[in-house]
Design a protein around this ligand. Structure first.
Ligand SMILES: O=C(O)c1ccc[n+]([C@@H]2O[C@H](COP(=O)([O-])O)[C@@H](O)[C@H]2O)c1
Ligand SMILES: Cc1cc2nc[nH]c2cc1C
Length: 360
């Protein structure tokens, strides 16, 4: 399934991009006045292979949830059970991601690819009216990754299985009518794995890739950098072998997110990236299929330094830069109306000719 997906990923359609560029020049606005939105809409025309590209609606966020063996190294102040507890909160509609998804009409799908503790009963009761009910997909590959500081976090088969789960979820959401995929993640300890993945794929020093995650003191931060450094020194992952990198130092949610991005790229639908874990997964996705970058839209710039390094490597400009560091898909969902607006211009704005507006 992975190989078939990779075979479907191709370059942007130059003719559709030229048509979008030409249309932009004829719309009732000074050329270039929509700044980065113009290049974004042109790229999405190239992705869809038509001008204008379809409106990217509705949005569907998938929150891939998993735990991390490296939690045992004391890299985060939060207990591991919070992953399962937050999954229950997502399903009950009580998390920030639910508030932001509701605001833009996005559906919420939670995918358990590797939560280590039993899922807690949802405690927050009410769904808000008019909002779709969050859905759980149970696709546990194993109960958390292994501790990367002692052994490979995953076997290659486990990593592949998680990648294929992400591909499957992408297809399911698109078959249900989604017009854009939004990445979300939940996993206590996952910023350690994300930093290791970003250092492995970009070659930057672990100290540059590692941030303070949910919020840690200087002593914990120094330990976290040392754990990432030691894991990379132990496994020496080959950046040209993305499955090997994911297996050595990744999390199950990172592998699944890589598949989710590849699934969207194969279907030529935009994938709106959230924070540092999405960026780590996006680096894996382009290592599998360089053309997958054409489907990626960077929702925001996470406060994690590795996210900026990864976005630079991908050549993506984040839409929002507000110092967010929550994950769940929150930053990407806030950026969604900007992406929809970029495309809507090509559908709804009159040309100079049609509107009778004089050109310069
Ligand atoms: O999205 C981000 O950039 C981001 C930055 C910091 C923390 N997080 C979230 O916080 C959790 C991981 O933080 P930590 O400190 O336990 O590694 C995980 O559930 C992530 O979704 C997410
Ligand atoms: C409470 C909490 C909510 C989160 N959402 C994503 N990561 C998280 C980590 C914590 C600790």
């Amino acid at each position: 399934m992975l190989d078939a997906t990779l075979a479907e990923i191709g370059p942007l359609d130059e003719a559709a991009m030229a048509a979008a560029q030409d249309l932009h020049a004829r719309l009732t606005k000074p050329a270039g006045s929509l700044g980065a939105l113009e290049a974004l809409s042109v790229r999405l025309a190239g992705l869809a292979g038509t001008c204008p590209p379809p409106l990217p609606e509705p949005a569907a966020v998938a929150i891939f949830a998993a735990d991390h063996g490296v939690h045992a190294q004391g890299v985060t102040p939060w207990p591991q059970e919070v992953t399962a507890q937050m999954v229950a909160n997502f399903l009950a509609g009580g998390a920030v991601v639910n508030a932001f998804a509701g605001q833009t009409g996005a559906t919420v799908t939670v995918v358990d690819v590797g939560v280590a503790t039993p899922l807690a009963q949802p405690k927050v009761p009410a769904q808000r009216s008019g909002r779709s009910t969050p859905r759980l997909v149970s696709a546990k590959v194993r109960a958390g990754s292994r501790d990367m500081s002692a052994r490979p976090a995953l076997t290659r088969d486990e990593a592949r299985s998680a990648v294929e789960t992400g591909i499957r979820v992408a297809h399911e959401l698109l078959d249900s009518g989604a017009g854009i995929l939004v990445t979300g993640d939940m996993g206590i300890g996952n910023t350690t794995a994300a930093a290791a993945l970003i250092a492995a794929f970009t070659g930057i020093d672990p100290a540059e890739a590692t941030g303070r995650g949910t919020g840690i003191d200087d002593v914990t931060y120094a330990r976290k950098v040392a754990v990432v450094r030691a894991a990379l020194a132990r496994h020496v992952p080959d950046p040209a072998d993305p499955l090997g990198v994911l297996a050595a130092v990744g999390g199950l949610e990172h592998a699944a997110l890589a598949g989710f991005v590849l699934g969207g790229a194969a279907r030529r639908v935009p994938v709106l990236l959230d924070g540092v874990s999405a960026v780590a997964a996006a680096l894996a996705a382009v290592a599998f299929a360089p053309d997958a970058v054409g489907a990626m839209v960077a929702g925001h710039r996470s406060a994690e330094p590795g996210a900026t390094a990864g976005l630079d490597r991908l050549g993506l400009l984040p839409i929002i830069d507000l110092g967010l560091r929550l994950g769940e898909g929150t930053g990407a969902l806030l950026a969604y109306p900007v992406v929809a607006g970029a495309v809507r211009v090509l559908h709804e704005v009159a040309t100079f000719d049609a509107a009778g507006v004089s050109e310069k």
